[in-house]
Design a protein around this ligand. Structure first.
Ligand code: DX5
Ligand code: ZN
Length: 228
């Protein structure tokens, strides 16, 4: 799955930005509050209007303090998936239950330096795991390959039937870096500058999808080969 991040789109033309990525699986919306991260973007009123402007399922990534108070509003507005940061959430299990009760998927995100092991049990309550591959706050940063160990851990738990999260990655994804992320077992790739920095964003989405599918196919072939 490919989820273009509108952080790299023209904020004065958000409806056009959603039209430009027809065929994308999710539309990734970065909500930042200038407290949890040193940047400020958009909040609930803009997301509500965006939901009316597109049929693409909206994936809200909340980089905000106090998600215990604010996350539910995005689910009630109709977001498909709402992700909160484990570093900011006080009662993550309650957040996940409330999000699901409101009809959304519940996502949990870890910053690059946050380990995953302590949160594996917690992930049983969530539908998606968002592994940050840059420090959250800005688009256009360089991919941090070290975080792929967390992807591999999550993939192994999912494949073993211990977890059932969708594994998402966010930050520095382009047609080069997506290959290693796909091999590590990512299901959903967020890409901002690689999509909206391209002349044809829809084509950029298709190109990312193709490279990821090929890399994932190669890995599965290898696993099958090792098993026989
Ligand atoms: C960063 C955001 C990302 C950002 C990714 O804090 O969470 O979603 O848009 O942008 P690129 O793909 O340019 O790294
Ligand atoms: Zn994001």
């Amino acid at each position: 799955m490919i989820a273009p991040s509108i952080l790299s789109a023209d904020f004065a033309r958000l409806a056009e930005a959603t039209d430009a990525v027809r065929g994308a699986d999710w539309l990734h919306v970065d909500v930042m509050d200038a407290h949890f991260v040193p940047n400020l973007t958009i909040g609930l009123p803009v997301v509500e209007d965006l939901l009316k402007a597109t049929d693409i399922p909206v994936d809200c990534h909340l980089m905000i303090d106090d998600p215990d108070r604010w996350a539910i509003g995005y689910a009630e507005a109709g977001a498909h998936n709402v992700t909160v940061h484990v570093e900011a959430a006080r009662e993550p299990v309650k957040i996940a239950k409330d999000l699901r009760a409101a009809g959304a998927k519940a996502g949990l995100s870890v910053k690059p330096k946050t380990p995953l092991e302590p949160y594996v049990e917690l992930l049983r309550h969530f539908d998606t795991l968002l592994v940050m591959s840059v420090e959250p706050g800005f688009g256009g940063q360089k991919f941090m390959p070290d975080v792929l160990d967390k992807v591999r851990l999550a993939r192994a738990k999912v494949d073993a039937g211990e977890l059932s999260v969708l594994v998402e990655i966010d930050g520095g994804i382009n047609t080069e870096t997506i290959e290693q992320a796909a091999e590590a077992g990512v299901d959903c790739f967020v890409a901002g500058s690689a999509v909206y920095g391209a002349d044809d964003p829809a084509r950029a989405v298709a190109a990312l999808r193709e490279v990821a599918a090929r890399a994932r196919g190669k890995t599965q072939e290898r696993i099958r080969g090792e098993a026989t």
